[in-house]
Ligand binder design. Structure first.
Ligand code: S3P
Length: 430
């Protein structure tokens, strides 16, 4: 088990290119495996989670070729997975198991999906219930946890109002909808990331999105479009963005980052707190906004994150605790109960780690409240097996007086194996 110490920093400067987006990489591989033709995924997400998706697709006998910068998926159509009887192991990846559950619901055979200790304790009823309404038979441990046994088959379309804002649940239903006869409708009360919708469009699916309602018509083949260059992951870039805002005299240019409006909540939060972020250039690539941004140090004031914003900043909320601790006044995050069922209970993990470093923070059932500015003394924190805890508390280390030691830091590889190298390259030590 690795332990990493992050020492105090003076500033962060230069040019930074984030790794490929994880959510988009998963979706390209899965949709590519169902389409006719080759999908070449350039600048794919280097993390373990994406490898888990590829491993599951290989288990289903999808031809896949992986090289250093490109993954090629040779799709042959909606019903070409092979029933090998082998278990589909999603590792740590919630996106892999939930999206694949939607696809396997439509396959004419029985499959078993599982994952690591963390994944086997994450709730699946949220996908089991709508997929059962569509006609799939799904069994789970205690009715809610992996392994999932999915008896797939012909599906019927449903209209489903999402009870929790979740792109994974939305995507599972839309993917199952490809196998249903007729139009499946998903109603989304608050927006969540919409990469599945953009890519379904790019693959020629019959899909329509209007006023928070997504309609997809099943039974039609998907067509591969060849090459796709995955934009940088804003959820990975967020650690560098926050470091640049918080470390005095910082000035960082971030190239080729995904600026999809369902993902840029962290930029809005920082700007609302008074942070200086400029969009230098923006272009649209297959529905996704991609651009370059410049981030400079600026003093911040506290803020309140409203319900409508939560979905757009869900994976960056641990960083908001850190931003709040350095801002003048109170920062409030509520309506974020979902954080309790991520790779770990992120509310408990944030609070425990903040306190271990000398940051006062109040825990709420659905979020946290932090008042700043506070000094960060430093100390030792746990990863809780969660890549986002490793990266968040590395940034705390840069801001600290004595440095921060992170236990089990190797889990950073789930989304971002070269995180520490990139940080080291751009940060000037104090
Ligand atoms: C993701 C959706 C979000 C997010 C996760 C990735 C996706 O989860 O937290 O990291 O790629 O669809 P939920 O759908 O559970 O909110």
């Amino acid at each position: 088990m690795a332990k990493t110490k992050v020492v105090p920093a003076r500033r962060i400067r230069g040019e930074y290119v984030p790794p490929g987006d994880k959510s988009i990489s998963h979706r390209l591989a899965i949709l590519g495996s169902l389409a006719h033709g080759v999908t070449r995924i350039h600048h794919y997400c280097p993390g373990e989670d994406f490898r888990s998706t590829l491993r599951c697709l290989k288990t289903l006998c999808v031809p896949i070729r992986v090289s250093r910068d490109t993954v090629e998926i040779y799709g042959q159509g909606l019903y070409t997975y092979r029933d090998t009887g082998d278990v589909l192991d999603a590792g740590n990846s919630g996106t892999t198991i939930r999206l694949l559950a939607g696809v396997m619901a439509g396959q004419p055979f029985t499959s078993c999906l599982t994952g690591d200790d963390s994944l086997r304790n994450r709730p699946m009823r949220r996908v089991i219930y709508p997929l059962s309404l569509m006609g799939a038979q799904v069994e789970a441990r205690k009715g809610n946890y992996p392994p999932l046994i999915i008896r797939g088959g012909p599906l019927r379309p449903i209209r489903y109002v999402l009870p929790v804002a979740s792109a994974q649940v939305k995507s599972a239903i839309l993917l199952a909808g490809l196998f249903a006869r007729g139009v499946t409708e998903v109603v989304e009360p608050v927006p969540s990331r919409n990469h599945t919708e953009h890519l379904l469009q790019a693959y020629g699916a019959r899909i329509d999105v209007a006023d928070g309602v997504i309609r997809v018509e099943g039974g039609h083949p998907l067509r591969a479009f060849g090459d796709y260059v995955v934009p940088g992951d804003i959820s990975s870039a967020a650690y560098f963005i926050v470091a640049a805002v918080l470390l005095p005299d910082s000035d960082l240019v971030i190239r080729n980052v995904n600026l999809n409006e369902t993902r840029t909540g962290i930029l809005d939060v920082i700007q609302r707190m008074g942070g200086r972020i400029e969009v230098l250039e923006r272009r649209r690539v297959r529905g996704e906004w991609v651009g370059d941004i410049r981030v400079r140090h600026s003093p911040l004031r506290g803020t309140r994150i409203g319900r409508d914003m939560i979905g757009r900043v869900i994976d960056e909320l641990p960083l908001v605790a850190l931003l709040g601790s350095q801002a003048e006044g109170v920062t409030v995050v509520r309506n974020a109960r979902e954080l309790r069922v991520k790779e770990t209970d992120r509310i408990a993990a944030i609070v425990q780690n903040c306190r271990a470093l000398g940051i006062a923070i109040e825990e709420k059932p659905d979020g946290f409240i932090v008042e700043g500015p506070q000094r960060i003394r430093g100390g030792t924190v746990q990863s809780f097996g969660d890549h986002r805890m490793v990266m968040t508390f590395s940034i705390a280390g840069l801001l600290s007086q004595e440095g921060v030691e992170i236990e089990n830091s190797e889990v950073v590889g789930i989304s971002y194996p070269s995180f520490f190298e990139d940080l080291h390259r751009l940060v000037e030590p104090a």
